[in-house]
Design a protein around this ligand. Sequence first.
Ligand SMILES: O=C(O)COP(=O)(O)O
Ligand SMILES: [Mg+2]
Length: 228
Amino acid sequence: MATMTPPLAVDIDGTLTDGEGAVDPRVMTPLREWPEPVVVATGKALPYPVALCSFVGIPTRVVAENGGAAYLVDDDQLTFVGDREAAQRVVTRYREQGYEPGWGEVDLTNRWRETELAVSLDQPLEPLKELAAAEGMHVFDTGYAYHVTSRGVDKGAGLEAVCRRLDRSVDEFAMVGDSENDAAAFELVGDAYAVANADETAKLAADHTTEASYADGFLEALDAIRSA
Ligand SMILES: O=C(O)COP(=O)(O)O
Ligand SMILES: [Mg+2]
């Protein structure tokens, strides 16, 4: 019996990209032609997934900032959860200890971030973790940045909130991702795929790990999801 294609949640960095961080052009058409809602769920600030949806040509349905921000075209609501000021206190203390967010003066990585802050991987993790814990926050290491995020904020909670607004159940979703910031959502969706380059936390939380890495792994996961 033919089964229905499920709605899809997809991570950006490490999943839709190649090993250099560039979006692989081969992901565009399958995303555009996916017959069910596609939710782009990312640690990046809101403008990135919004732009991606626009350039792919799909309705804007996004979870950004690791669940801190969500926009759905269906209800035209932009919601925020998380404490940006607490993240700012963490980064201020981190600077006082002699470290930097590490993105330069203009800092486009954090410029549009409203609920958390990100620190470059070339900065030390341990003092950041200690300062975050003192503010009741946690740090996601995505393999692309360290994110200082409020407890209880993650892509899982974000996707659940979006599902309520879409009138869909989170366990209907399939999801593809690559790192520890995907793990909470992997636990909730019906069918979770870690690409081969994923970290151990993501692989443990996923139902499957693809043979291929990066966008090749994403395309492999889509084939498997379609035929599941
Ligand atoms: O911004 C990051 O650090 C990771 O982004 P991602 O969740 O799309 O992989
Ligand atoms: Mg990722």
